[in-house]
Design a protein around this ligand. Sequence first.
Ligand SMILES: *Cc1c(COP(=O)(O)O)cnc(C)c1O
Length: 378
Amino acid sequence: MDIATRLIHTGASVEPVQGALSVPLYHASTYAQPSLESFGRWDYARSGNPTRHALEEAVAALEGGSVGCAFGSGMAATSSTLLLFQPGDHLVVCDDVYGGTFRVMTKLFAQWGLTVTFVDATETTNIAAALRPNTRALFLETPSNPLLKIIDLRAAATLARERGVLTIVDNTFMTPYFQRPLELGCDIVIHSGTKFLNGHSDVVCGFAVTADPTLGERLRFVQNAFGAVLGPNDAWLTLRGLRTLKVRMEESQKGAKTIASWLADHPRVSQVWYPGLPGHPGYAVHQSQASGPGAVLSFQLDSFELTKKVLEGVRLMAFAVSLGGVESILSYPAKMSHAAMPAEERALRGISDSLVRLCVGLESPDDLIAELDRLMNS
Ligand SMILES: *Cc1c(COP(=O)(O)O)cnc(C)c1O
């Protein structure tokens, strides 16, 4: 079944008592049990909630997985997934990973005895060179944030499998609408559902999905034991947002393509990073593993003064952290998504003081271009 159909119908069986087409919102924290011998389907809401379950089923099915776990944030999903490992284990991580992921790995899990090596994962040979006897997983993000670097997921997953190592992919930027890492051989997909999956800038949530039943059981165990679960209200909102993922992704991508081309020709823009531009170094690899370049792009202006003027002058676009909503958001990675990264680490990764990230929403691209043009020329 095409993903367009699955988006509407997964996790959406008609509610049997009243016939409701929308999944009911169950707030109950506990459920009455029919007998001492056998408990019902639901007992305590940390372990399972019918509204959350409908959302988990939907996200798992969209990613081509068998188990989906919903968490209270993307970072809760990442941290809970990292709890699959043990002190002494080692991970290989792509170097421009999300700032919060960098922080939790280097500040919290390091303290706990998990070691990480950051590599430029755009070359599979760099990943291979970083593997150690105690390496347990690759942790990758493609396109990466904020420089939209592309990692060859099939090559990485093949290498990992040969070496008995798991491949974990943060698929937040693409969503299963454009890219399904499990189908490319990866083992676990992570999402900040706060972004495109919910899509309306009104929920913080996260997911971990796998197609492997054993890993699924272990993830479910961590979800219940560690307890960073998503509440029913936010699960309901996210399920509603998810239904329109196709139209939102298609429209936002259309706008991003138009704006990326316009920026690439602008005299005050020194560089544009967008996997939809044929000059992007990862263009071919991205095309081989995803069905579209998505809605996020980054660009570098020719001075810090102009960067400040644009960020402080925008009215149609919000100057804010986050992405993936119906409204366009302009962010400043050096002080926002990557503020958790020390300045020297940022510089090493090419995250300069005149780098701007744009996530295109559903406004008319012509209006957005007119606003940028006014700020960049006056
Ligand atoms: C936002 C984000 C996260 C963290 O998600 P939260 O929901 O904010 O905890 C992780 N990865 C990527 C790529 C993100 O954009």
